[in-house]
Design a protein around this ligand. Structure first.
Ligand code: DI6
Ligand code: FE
Length: 409
């Protein structure tokens, strides 16, 4: 074997059960493995016995005593900047009102928009930090945060600024997504096309100009926007060189998955009502399927996303929390792992890949993170577990023992 170059190493963790999430074998598992870091990067991954016999004294060597190590978890779909609470709607829904009924009666997203517009940037930051902090504490090192509760230029930009600040205050990488096309704001009631014009001509360019947007999303559904309206938003996003993603086929089939694929979207999300045509288009475009079992569970949905079709067509499946005040007020990615298995029958391996490798792809970060491989960012979690299936197979007992973010813990 070639000599391993240890010159730049800053840290070694040995005697670990490494779930590298690299393709080839289940979980990319390396039992009795070791991982070496060089600054904020992974320098080397392999078996203990392939480590050089003499490790220089100058860097830290940790004995993991067999503990499981995974890549840092990635929550690739959240709406965690909001104010107000929808607990009364929760009660209405338990009395029989559907999510659509509540939205059509002026509640739903619109009620959160009222509360969020009234909140200051500072108050929103405090609320968002608490939610993101819950995710970070369970091993999440990268999150996506969408706007979508401002619905006018100043308020959408306010949400995106708060999202960026979350990434400055917490040891998390934050990717921001502009979701101005989430709902029609009250001042545009019955004028959805006029609102889309405002998104395309005003909100989107202003947010992009301020450097607040990593991607652009829209809600394509019977209570959201039509495919034609989404197309206008996506066309403008692409003109500005921004990636797109779509809330597609959550409550009904609008051919949103195919539309997302047409624009080479990073991901199409929800997908309960997606069909074969949509899945095939996603496969051809390399669009990731982001499944949101927490929202499915909270809305007591019964129509399952087409898991088998996604598998057959080799569409990468990611799992995310969808953390939001209406359909998924559940601040736990780990609970979503368990729900992905129990509700969607994903295997624990598929679930883990869904919050690591495939979640990175859904954010356009596949080259940089999501697996334990030399060259990737040194985001990793050491767990009080010995096998990766433990992460999804139980909830509330498996937790991080240590979290390394960009090489630091
Ligand atoms: N679908 C969802 O599940 C979230 N947004 C969307 O388009 C829910 C947003 C909310 O109810 O506040
Ligand atoms: Fe969502």
């Amino acid at each position: 074997m070639a000599t391993i170059e240890t010159k730049n190493w800053t840290r070694v963790i040995r005697n670990a059960t490494l779930a590298t999430c690299v393709p080839g074998k289940p979980y990319g598992l390396i039992p009795r493995g070791a991982i070496a870091l060089a600054g904020d990067r992974i320098a080397w991954v392999g078996k203990n016995r392939h480590l050089p016999d003499e490790l220089p004294k100058r860097f830290t060597v940790t004995d993991a005593r067999g503990a499981l190590i995974t890549p840092g978890l990635i929550d690739c779909h959240t709406h965690l900047v909001w104010a107000g609470s929808r607990h009364l709607e929760f009660e209405q829904s338990l009395m029989g009102a559907s999510y659509e009924d509540i939205a059509r009666a002026g509640g739903g997203i619109a009620s959160t928009v009222t509360a969020t517009r009234a909140a200051s940037e500072n108050d929103l930051l405090t609320l968002a930090l608490a939610r993101a902090g819950r995710l970070a504490a369970e091993g999440v090192t990268t999150i996506e945060i969408k706007s979508g509760y401002g619905l006018d230029r100043d308020n959408e930009l306010k949400l995106l600024r708060v999202a960026r600040k979350v990434g400055e205050r917490l040891p998390l990488t934050v990717r921001t997504t502009l979701l101005a096309a989430h709902a029609v704001p009250p001042e545009f009631k019955d004028r959805a096309d006029d609102y889309i014009k405002c998104v395309v001509e005003d909100i989107l360019p202003a947010a992009a100009e301020e450097g607040l947007v990593d991607a652009v999303d829209a809600f394509c559904d019977n209570i959201g926007f039509t495919p034609a309206q989404v197309e206008r938003v996506f066309a403008r996003a692409r003109e500005l060189g921004l990636a797109v993603k779509l809330h597609a086929e959550q409550l009904s089939n609008q051919n949103g998955a195919a539309l997302a694929a047409k624009f080479k979207a990073l991901s199409a999300d929800h997908l309960e009502h997606a069909d074969k045509t949509g899945v095939e288009a996603m496969a051809r475009a390399g669009t990731v399927a982001v499944l949101l079992p927490g929202a499915f569970c909270y809305l007591r949905e019964t129509k399952l996303p087409p898991i088998e079709l996604l598998r057959v067509h080799r569409v990468p499946i990611a799992i995310a929390s969808d953390l939001n005040p209406g359909s998924a007020p559940i601040a736990s990615l780990l609970l979503n792992l368990t729900l992905a298995c129990t509700l969607f029958r994903l295997t624990p391996e598929e679930a883990l890949l869904g919050v690591t490798r495939n979640a990175a792809l859904a954010l356009g970060l596949g080259e940089d993170r999501g697996t334990l491989e030399a060259g990737k960012r040194a985001d990793l979690v050491i767990w009080n577990a010995g096998h990766p299936a433990e992460l999804a197979s139980q909830y509330g007992m498996v937790r991080p023992v240590a979290i390394v973010r960009g090489g630091a813990s």
